[in-house]
Design a protein around this ligand. Structure first.
Ligand SMILES: Cc1cc2nc3c(=O)[nH]c(=O)nc-3n(C[C@H](O)[C@H](O)[C@H](O)COP(=O)(O)O)c2cc1C
Length: 324
C-alpha cells in the first residue's frame, strides 16, 4: 500500500470521471486531493433549483462519476478503498478514495472501463430486436454488484402502467414555468462545454409516444419513425433514499449503463417519474418492491449515439495554488 494518490493520478482519473452522465449535462462535480486521498465533491452551484430542488439528480450524477473514478484507478493498477460522504461537517464531499493494495484489474473492470468513452444517452427510437436473456441478466447483476436492484418491466400492461405514471409526471413538470425555463436554458444550439446539444436531444415528441421525452428541442421525426412498440423498460432502485443511498444508486446506474454499452445496447434515461414525489411513490407501489426507484431507463439496440461535450478537466479540479 503506498502513501497516497498524486496530482497526476487525480487528473487522469478525473478525466474519466467527467464522462459520466448528469442531469441536463450540468456536470455538478469537483475533484481534489487531500492528505493523499482523492475527494469527489458535489458542485452545488450547478444544481438545478427548479428541476432538482432536493439535490437528488446532482448526487446521482456524482455517484456515476464516482463509479468511473473507481474504474479508472483500478484499471491503472491503483484501486481505491472508498468512503461515501466521509465528513458529517462537510456534506458536499460525496466520497473519499484512498489507495488500496495495488493489483491487476479484472476483466470486468477492463471491459467496463473500455465502455466509458462509448456510452452516450440515445434518445432516438431503437430497433425492434429484443434484448436477449443473457444481456438482461448482466444488467441485473450490474445493479446488484453495487447494492441496488434493477426491475425489468415485462408485459404490455406493466409497461403501460409505468408509461402512464411517467407521462403524468411529465405533465406535472411541464406545467411549471420555472422547470421549463431551466431546461430550455441548458439546451445548446452552439458548441458549449456543458448542457444538452440540441442535436443530441432526441426527436420531438408525438401524441402516440408511450414514454415522455424531456423536450430538449430535438429534430422533427421522419414519417413512420415511431418508437419501438415494445420497449425494454427497466427501473433501478436502492434500498433507502438518504443522500448516501443516492450516491450508491448513481454508481449502480453507471455500472448498468456501462454494462449495457459493453453488450452493444443503447439506453435513454427517463427521470420525470423520479422527480415528482407522487409519481415516484406510484412507481414504487406498481413494482411492489422495497426501497426507492432512482431511475427509469429504456434499453435496446439502436444507431450508435454521439458524445456530448464536457468541461476541461482543469475546470473541475481544486488544486492548491503553487506560489510563483
Ligand atoms: C440523474 C439524471 C437524470 C437524467 N434524466 C434524463 C431524462 O429524464 N431524459 C433524458 O433524455 N436524459 C436524462 N438524463 C441524461 C442526461 O441528459 C445526459 O446524461 C447528459 O445530457 C449527458 O449526455 P450523455 O449521457 O450522452 O453523456 C439524465 C441523467 C442523469 C444523470
Amino acid at each position: 500500500m503506498d502513501t497516497g494518490y498524486t496530482v497526476e493520478q487525480l487528473r487522469a482519473a478525473a478525466s474519466d470521471a467527467v464522462r459520466a452522465p448528469s442531469l441536463h449535462n450540468t456536470q455538478p462535480w469537483r475533484f481534489r486531493l487531500r492528505d493523499g486521498g482523492i475527494e469527489l465533491l458535489v458542485d452545488s452551484r450547478r444544481r438545478l433549483p427548479a428541476t432538482d430542488p432536493s439535490g437528488w439528480g446532482a448526487r446521482i450524477s456524482c455517484g456515476a462519476a464516482l463509479f468511473n473514478l473507481r474504474l479508472s484507478l483500478a484499471v491503472a493498477g491503483t484501486p481505491a478503498t472508498v468512503r461515501l460522504r466521509p465528513y458529517p461537517t462537510e456534506p458536499d464531499v460525496m466520497a473519499r478514495l484512498v489507495p488500496d493494495v495495488p493489483r491487476r484489474p479484472t476483466l470486468t473492470e477492463q471491459n467496463l472501463y473500455g465502455a466509458i468513452s462509448r456510452r452516450f444517452s440515445n434518445r432516438a427510437p431503437f430497433w425492434p430486436d429484443p434484448v436477449p436473456a443473457d444481456a438482461r441478466w448482466r444488467l441485473g447483476e450490474a445493479a446488484r454488484a453495487e447494492e441496488c436492484w434493477l426491475e425489468l418491466v415485462i408485459g404490455t400492461s406493466a409497461v403501460n402502467a409505468l408509461a402512464e405514471i411517467a407521462r403524468s409526471a411529465n405533465r406535472v413538470l411541464e406545467r411549471e414555468p420555472a422547470y421549463r425555463a431551466e431546461r430550455d436554458a441548458w439546451i445548446r444550439s452552439e458548441p458549449s462545454p456543458d448542457g444538452v446539444p440540441s442535436a443530441a436531444g432526441g426527436p420531438q415528441s408525438e401524441p402516440q409516444d408511450l414514454l415522455p421525452q424531456r423536450g430538449f428541442g430535438g429534430r422533427n421525426r421522419a414519417p413512420g419513425r415511431d418508437f419501438e412498440p415494445e420497449p425494454l423498460v427497466a427501473v433501478l432502485g436502492s434500498a433507502g433514499n438518504t443522500a448516501t443511498d443516492q450516491v450508491i444508486a448513481g454508481q449502480a446506474l453507471q455500472r448498468v449503463l456501462l454494462t449495457a454499452t459493453d453488450a452493444g445496447l443503447s439506453v435513454s434515461m427517463i427521470s420525470q417519474p423520479i422527480e415528482v414525489p407522487g409519481a415516484r411513490e406510484a412507481l414504487r407501489l406498481s413494482l411492489g418492491r422495497f426501497g426507492t426507484p432512482q431511475m427509469v431507463m429504456r434499453i435496446g439496440y439502436g444507431q450508435p449515439g454521439t458524445a456530448t461535450p464536457r468541461r476541461a478537466v482543469e475546470d473541475v479540479l481544486d488544486l492548491p495554488v503553487v506560489p510563483a
